[in-house]
Design a protein around this ligand. Structure first.
Ligand SMILES: [Zn+2]
Length: 294
């Protein structure tokens, strides 16, 4: 997939934007590679066309790693240019025009990477892994954004006419790329690792905010119903002080309080059971929250 290409003055200009010391043509080795594409890969995922455009910008200047070296010496290359490549008439497995994100990278020639450069020139290195963060992961069946809420569909399964796959959209960052052994993307021989941790923590903090709002609303509703119970109990027999009623209702949840309020309202309106039993004697045991009826 990757191949060496001719270095022009324009290429050197682009490369030198990233070089600490100005480099000359003889100092560098350049090659092109495919980073990722918009086809559904072996993981049941694809990048949207818009995601490829965004990644094309994000990957410029990013470093790639060759960690094949048995001596553990990591060699690096840097992407200095990217472009989206379309292929006449070629379609993705779901029938969309096939697009690939291609990159040009350079390595500074050293004694240590001479063998690696030979390998790349000979086309031996094949697989690229990309690492990025995406803000949206859209289910093809129901349209749910899995970064925000899970859905029940399983990638790779057929639901009626629809195959379930996930579209990776709105990349927020590109981290690095590297040559690896096992490709995930069918066409490009590319694997990808995307990082959803930041998006997850955003989801968690959003949920925490919602939970805290819900807790506030519930507390306000609880106090409101408890106030009603205290007021209504004033008119019921036998009479208990506000403190006594407050003590008796302190372990009730809001549903029990609502039931009690309804019973008190009936008693006050004279429509309750006329069995002489007061509402207080029918309060639940402190430890028994089930089967509570007034
Ligand atoms: Zn779904």
């Amino acid at each position: 997939m990757e191949k060496a290409f001719k270095i022009t003055g324009e290429v050197m200009e682009k490369i030198n934007r990233f070089a600490v010391q100005p480099l000359e043509e003889k100092d560098v080795f350049c090659f092109s590679l495919t980073l990722c594409d918009n086809d559904i890969d072996r993981d049941g995922e694809r990048f949207s066309d818009e995601a490829l455009d965004k990644l094309a910008k994000l990957f410029i200047g990013k470093t790639g790693i060759f960690d094949h070296d048995p001596k553990g010496e990591k060699q690096t290359a840097r992407i200095f240019d990217t472009h989206i490549k379309s292929f006449d008439g070629r379609l993705t497995s779901d029938g969309k025009p096939y697009l690939a994100l291609c990159a040009s990278a350079y390595m500074v020639r050293t004694g240590a990477n001479a063998d690696l450069i030979k390998e790349i020139s000979g086309g031996i290195k094949k697989e690229v892994s990309v690492s990025c963060a995406v803000a949206r992961q859209i289910c093809s069946v129901c349209g749910a954004d899995r970064n925000k809420s899970a859905c029940a569909h399983i990638k790779g399964r057929q639901y009626g006419e629809k195959l379930c796959y996930v579209t990776l959209d709105e990349p927020t960052d590109a981290y690095e790329w590297s040559f690896v052994a096992v490709p995930a993307q069918v066409n490009a021989g590319v694997t990808k690792h995307y990082d959803v941790r930041r998006e997850e923590s955003r989801t968690v903090s959003k949920l925490k905010g919602e939970l805290s709002q819900a807790a506030k609303r519930l507390a306000a509703a609880y106090e409101c119903v408890r106030g009603d119970v205290l007021r209504l109990s004033y008119f019921c027999e036998p009479f208990y002080s506000a403190q006594q009623v407050a003590k008796m209702t302190e372990n009730m949840d809001i549903l029990q309080l609502i039931e009690l309020r309804a019973a008190l309202e009936k008693q006050v309106q004279g429509t309750g059971d006329d069995d002489g039993e007061s509402f207080i004697t029918r309060l639940p045991d402190k430890d028994d929250n089930t089967d509570y009826t007034v």
